[in-house]
Design a protein. Structure first.
Length: 606
């Protein structure tokens, strides 16, 4: 299914004349030098160039194998690549191979190339480089070069007759492989089957790798070796890899999360595909575009989707129901690329699930509004990572896979991501408070925690809503919520606020010291915190400014404890779900306090 859809994309790209996608029989290579010759094969110069060009298709898996009219300096010029005997052998093999097909290309500029091979001697290299103002280091043994006739405006391999010959019969004749014919699994036609897929996938891993490869005996069955195990024709093998390489290098159709690469595309016509791709990028990584106009349009789309409204400015009814989107997640590996997930659906289904995700993530922020539509999957994954850069590790591919799957299929969110986020909230409380007095200092101290943990608490809310227990949670403080974990989180936030009211200049509060234990085993911590709270209440009696606050804290703590259980006892342990509720209750209560303090501070200034 994946290869079929990539091949269909490839055919559309070729039909649209996309330069970055090479037609069958060719591949895109980085050309670093050009050998300029006369019609009689005499060398004119070697010029340095930087270009991406369509050259003859091929891949060297092992052994010596020259390419047609486009190869490394080792094969074309005999430039030493480390082993002198190996370099000489490869250069001679390239000459022999080019001479073998000379008969089929009579009357073309290919004859000049063959004459060049007959007269060229590697001893002439130094003088040629001196005339061309190049150094031998400029012709690295791994850099690719091409041929061009003097005063011509195109390279030899782009001559029409040579191109036609190569695409029709040249590639088969050059490879010397007698490919077996069989039924292609993608097209259903009887065609030559590729035994080793010729094109590597770029930029997914440090090394080039293939999407389809069978290079171990354990993969063989019924006498079928290599890729004959899963028969795919040569055209399809070239097409799906070319399309995937195009997607990976396209800035508006791919993104990286950790080591994983996510690509996406649509089956829409080319005139609409660009906006549809931008529509997908609007959700996955809207900040990738630096164009203010595009950013404004993207944000409007997200707002429409979040409200459950179809963005009519880019899609008509038929597109909405019929246009399909494809999202492919890839992970690096040494031999072949891992496919982590492949999601396909219509635009209507996709936006319905995105809207559901947005509503599940809805959480009020410090500014008073919910910015849930701006939370990207990359930000959620980043919320599982340590805040300290020295401890930073790349996120797990399993996190990325499970998150994308949950969003695009509307399914339950991953428990492992929730566990990691709860751990991050618990251990990320060791920062010192701002040493500022009064309401402004308390606001800054609590505001920083809210900002740092906004994405984490938003995900925990979404995770709890989609749990089998179907928790009913609001974007902001819910005074009617009597769930045990939520009440304990609110209670802990009130105790922290009371301490800061009396001692605003503390370097370490009870939140920094007890948050982890309070959210996991409250029965061992809260009795101590309640006794400490009594001292804070007494301290408020000594200051006329705080006497009114004492009444508020007393009433709030008693009301919250009354909702815990009939005997107001604290549970010894909280489950994972209750820990999530604790964090959310702490967030909501702290946010409510911040809003009140900010409002009071603004009124005093006015």
């Amino acid at each position: 299914m994946i290869i079929k859809e990539l091949y269909e994309l490839y055919k559309r790209l070729v039909a649209d004349g996309i330069d970055e996608v090479a037609q069958y029989g060719w591949t895109r290579r980085k050309i670093e030098f050009r050998i300029v010759i006369k019609d009689d094969g005499t060398l004119v110069r070697i010029s340095k160039t930087k270009a991406i060009d369509s050259a003859s298709m091929g891949v060297r898996t092992s052994g010596d194998r020259p390419f047609f009219l486009c190869d490394t300096a080792e094969y074309l010029l005999g430039v030493e690549g480390g082993d002198i005997d190996q370099t000489r052998r490869r250069h001679e093999l390239s000459i022999k191979k080019h001479q073998e097909v000379a008969q089929a290309l009579k009357g073309t500029h290919y004859e000049a190339v063959c004459k060049f091979f007959q007269t060229w001697k590697v001893e002439l290299l130094e003088s040629v480089l001196e005339k061309s103002h190049l150094k031998k280091a400029d012709l690295k043994s791994k850099s690719f070069g091409v041929f061009r006739i003097q005063n011509s405006d195109r390279d030899v391999h782009h001559e029409p007759l040579i191109k036609t010959w190569w695409e029709t019969e040249g590639y088969k004749q050059w490879s010397g492989k007698k490919l077996k014919k069989g039924m292609c699994l993608v097209t259903g036609e009887t065609l030559p089957i590729e035994d080793v897929h010729p094109i590597d996938i770029q930029k997914v891993s440090d090394k080039k790798a293939k999407l389809v490869a069978n290079n171990c005996k354990s993969f063989e069955s019924y006498g079928k070796t290599q890729c004959l195990n899963a028969p795919i024709s040569t055209k399809v093998a070239h097409g799906h890899a070319s399309a995937l390489n195009y997607l990976i290098t396209a800035t508006n159709q791919s993104l990286r999360i950790g080591k994983d690469t996510i690509v996406f595309w649509t089956d829409a016509p080319s005139e609409k595909a660009q906006e549809y791709n931008l529509f997908m990028m609007a959700f996955l990584e809207p900040e990738k575009s630096q164009d203010p106009v595009v950013l404004t349009k993207v944000q409007a789309w997200l707002n429409d989707i979040a409200r459950g409204v179809r963005p009519l400015n880019i899609l008509d009814v038929n597109d909405w129901e019929k246009t399909r989107f494809f999202v492919l997640g890839l992970s690096p590996n040494s031999a072949r690329i891992y496919v982590r997930f492949f999601y396909q659906s219509t635009l209507a289904d996709w936006s319905e699930h995105i809207s559901s995700h947005f509503h599940a993530m809805e959480l009020c922020g410090v500014g008073g509004s919910a910015n849930y539509e701006k939370i990207t999957p990359k930000q959620i994954i980043a919320a599982t990572e340590p805040e300290c850069k020295s401890d930073r590790v790349l996120p797990s591919s399993l996190y990325i896979h499970s998150l994308i799957n949950s969003i695009f299929n509307g399914s339950q969110y991953s428990d492992s991501i929730a566990t990691s986020i709860i751990r991050r909230i618990r251990v990320g409380n060791g920062k010192k408070s701002d040493k500022q007095r009064g309401n402004k200092g308390r606001c800054a101290y609590m505001r920083r925690w809210l900002i740092n943990n906004y994405v984490r608490c938003a995900f925990l809310k979404a995770w709890l809503i989609r749990r089998p227990t179907h928790y009913k949670l609001e974007p902001m403080l819910d005074s009617d919520n009597t769930q045990q974990g939520y009440i304990l989180g609110r209670l802990f936030a009130v105790l922290v606020e009371a301490q800061l009211r009396v001692l605003p200049n503390l370097n370490r509060t009870i939140r920094d010291t007890y948050f982890g234990r309070a959210s996991t085993s409250p029965g061992s911590v809260f009795p101590v915190l309640i006794r400490l709270h009594q001292h804070h209440l007494k301290a408020m009696d000594r200051d006329d400014e705080h006497k009114r606050a004492r009444l508020y804290f007393e009433k709030t703590v008693l009301a919250l404890m009354a909702n815990l259980s009939p005997d107001s006892s604290f549970p010894m342990h909280l489950s994972l779900e209750e820990q999530g509720l604790f964090d959310l209750g702490f967030y909501h209560q702290t946010l409510s306090s911040i809003q009140k303090l900010t409002s009071k501070h603004n009124n005093e200034q006015n």
